[in-house]
Ligand binder design. Structure first.
Ligand code: CA
Length: 646
């Protein structure tokens, strides 16, 4: 339902905002043993009531009560219902311009199946044992120290060889001692062994595209938010009981924390699953969403609608939602989907409010410049080019991604790692963690692939037709070396470290697998047994360990990087060598680190700066134990990286 108020500018007018901005944080249902207070923001309503139900399923009609709500401050309506209402499902009924709507609570903290009805909850009952002591195991790390692993909850465990019992569920993350068919570690043990510091989970809030009554009937990444402050039901052992998904998500977080791994949530505030039926828009028609003067939804997200983050109550909503996940679920970082659609005031405020409580929480997002219709003048969006205006917020670096493997828009194009020429100059700034748009390496997420588009290995297969597996793995190692040996924040897509490929049953590579079946998306744990895959995994693990051992690779400011970095001139072909002078870098044992990237199909000979050098990365090997000691000149084999330390 698109309402004229949305596009005549009233919602975004100063007058409307003064009259109707509600700044307190008590919207939703506040439970106590004696009574529950409901408060909803519905400034256009002429009447409101709260309806209690026995079941969360919208097909079930058994009503427990309908209590009228009283108009209250700043466009809110409130009611108090006596008794212990924990476990009671509810909706709001509102009369708006003579029409009656019934909607889920936009501020719901628990919901029934498919998120159609909210549930009153005493949140303390959803806490797993030991929750009070649970905390970020990596709270001392700065964002540059993070090693991020992007993972979909279902992909993680759904493979028949995953060894995990709770396939496709949050609880799979609580299982230990799990193995594949060959007895190799899988699951959380595997993640711990790899050495990553942060797991970044694809959407785990309640999304709309998979029927929670029949979760195996469809697959989705989940970029279609339905209830922002509630976990997704298909990942729970029971999606009907609103308490279960909350407890199980907390159990997942706690288990990861107990294993030394921090948890990042992928959040999608930029659009909703369906703007018309989204509960906020039902109760305040069109308010949550940008609508152009012609009365059509702005669609910079290419998902059908864009969130009007510039409006005061959407702004408050996003800020409070992030605070809630951080406080209630102990989330350690947030990855913002299409953050280029969200205004910088909202981003800066939520970062400020979170950091005031927990400075260890990290933030990054997709800062692409999207064609959206903002409802206020002079709104600046959180895009790469505005990164200076959002200093504690990092952005994905598509420059290094495309330099490494070729432009995303042409899958047959090669990149630096598989033979493209002329990339050296641009790559240098990117290796320093300073692409043209970035003021600091602390704002640059370095990656070769993520869930979107082709994974690195599939991309290499397509662009280097006919190359054998060994050669493709060598290209892949070079890309991994660039990610882990450059300044910035390293990020990998789950399974890329053992040559994950997304193919369907006909053997066709799938580029956009957002709704492809498990066959395409699942992590194939038995692949760890394959020799080339195992070598690649060991190489990633070695690079991670090496990076963790050297703070010179984790510099936090542009100034430090400029001071320490030196590129060796006049190398053969496209080879690049850079030396990091680490003598003055805090908590760094090495004096000098020399990285040589050789994408050429021939050996590159380098004359080393004087003195003896220990080799830590060479050919297929990487790690924290010296492989050899050299001086004078070194020969760097074709398509490989060498790292030397003095
Ligand atoms: Ca759902």
């Amino acid at each position: 339902m698109v309402n004229e108020l949305a596009w005549d500018g009233q919602y975004s007018s100063e007058e409307f905002e003064q009259k109707y901005t509600y700044n307190k944080k008590d919207l939703g249902a506040a439970w106590s043993k004696e009574h529950t207070t409901f408060r909803v923001w519905a400034p256009l309503a002429s009447a409101c009531s709260v309806v209690g139900y026995k079941e969360g399923d919208k097909e079930s009609k058994e009503q427990l009560f309908e209590v009228p709500m009283e108009p209250s401050e700043q466009g809110t309506w409130a009611a108090e219902v006596m008794g212990d209402l924990h476990g009671v499902y509810y909706t709001y009924k509102a009369t708006i311009r003579d029409e009656q709507v019934e909607a889920c609570d936009p501020y719901a903290k628990a919901v029934g199946v498919n998120g159609d009805r909210a549930m009153v909850i005493d949140l303390a009952r959803s806490n797993p044992e030991g929750w009070g002591e649970d905390q970020n195991p990596n709270k001392e790390l700065a964002i540059n120290d993070a090693i991020i692993y992007e993972l979909h909850v279902r992909d993680f465990s759904i493979d028949e060889h995953s060894g995990m019992q709770h396939k496709g569920e949050f609880l799979a993350f609580t299982e230990q001692g799990t193995t594949n068919e060959y007895g190799q570690s899988t699951g959380v043990d595997y993640l711990k062994d790899l050495g990553i510091t942060h797991v970044h989970l694809l959407p785990v809030y309640d999304y709309g595209s998979v029927d929670e009554r029949d979760r195996d009937s469809a697959f989705n990444w989940g970029y279609d938010p339905k209830n922002y402050n509630v976990p997704e039901g298909t990942y729970a052992t029971n999606p009907y009981d609103g308490e279960v998904r909350i407890r199980e998500m907390k159990q997942m977080v706690k288990s990861l924390h107990d294993n030394g791994i921090s948890v990042i949530m992928d959040v999608v505030y930029n659009h909703v699953y369906d703007a018309g039926s989204f509960c906020f828009n039902q109760l305040v028609p069109g308010y949550f969403t940008r609508i152009s003067k012609d009365g059509v939804y702005s669609n910079g997200s290419y998902c059908g609608n864009d969130t009007a983050s510039e409006r005061s109550m959407v702004h408050n909503y996003i800020v409070q939602s992030i605070l809630y996940w951080m406080e209630e679920f102990h989330i350690d970082g947030f990855r913002f989907d299409l953050v280029g659609l969200i205004d910088i005031d909202t981003i800066n405020e939520l970062v400020r409010e979170v950091k005031a409580i927990r400075p260890d929480v990290i933030f990054y997002g997709e800062g692409w410049d999207m064609p959206t219709v903002v409802t206020k003048n002079d709104c600046k969006m959180a895009i790469q080019m505005n990164s200076q205006l959002t200093p504690d917020f990092a952005y994905f670096n598509d420059s290094i991604r495309d330099l490494m493997k070729g432009k995303y828009s042409d899958v047959t194009e090669a990149g630096y790692v598989n033979g493209a020429k002329g990339k050296v100059d641009e790559l240098k700034g990117n290796l320093m963690g300073m692409p043209y748009w970035a003021p600091s390496p602390a704002q640059v997420v370095q990656y070769s692939s993520c869930h979107d588009d082709l994974g690195i290995y599939d991309r290499l297969q397509i662009a280097s037709k006919g190359a054998d597996k060994e050669t493709l793995a060598a290209y892949n190692r070079l890309a991994a070396a660039i990610v882990f040996l450059s300044e910035g924040i390293p990020f990998i897509h789950a399974g890329e470290e053992f040559l994950r490929t997304k193919v369907n049953e006909e053997g066709k590579i799938i580029s956009n697998s957002y709704n492809s079946p498990d066959y395409v998306n699942k992590i194939r744990w038995n692949q760890l047994h394959d020799e080339v895959c195992a070598e690649t995994r060991a190489y990633y693990k070695g690079l991670i360990a090496f990076r963790k051992a050297h703070s010179a690779l984790r510099l936090r400011t542009a100034e430090e990087v400029r001071k320490a970095f030196y590129f060796m001139p006049a190398l053969e072909g496209e080879a690049i060598a850079y030396q990091i002078d680490a003598r003055e870098i805090e908590s760094e044992q090495a004096d000098q680190i020399l990285v040589i990237l050789n994408p050429e199909t021939t050996t590159t000979t380098i004359t080393l700066p004087k003195g003896k050098w220990d080799v830590f990365v060479e050919g297929k090997q990487a790690g924290t134990n010296a492989i050899a000691t050299v001086e004078g000149t070194v020969e760097v084999p074709p398509i490989s990286t060498m790292v030397l330390v003095q």
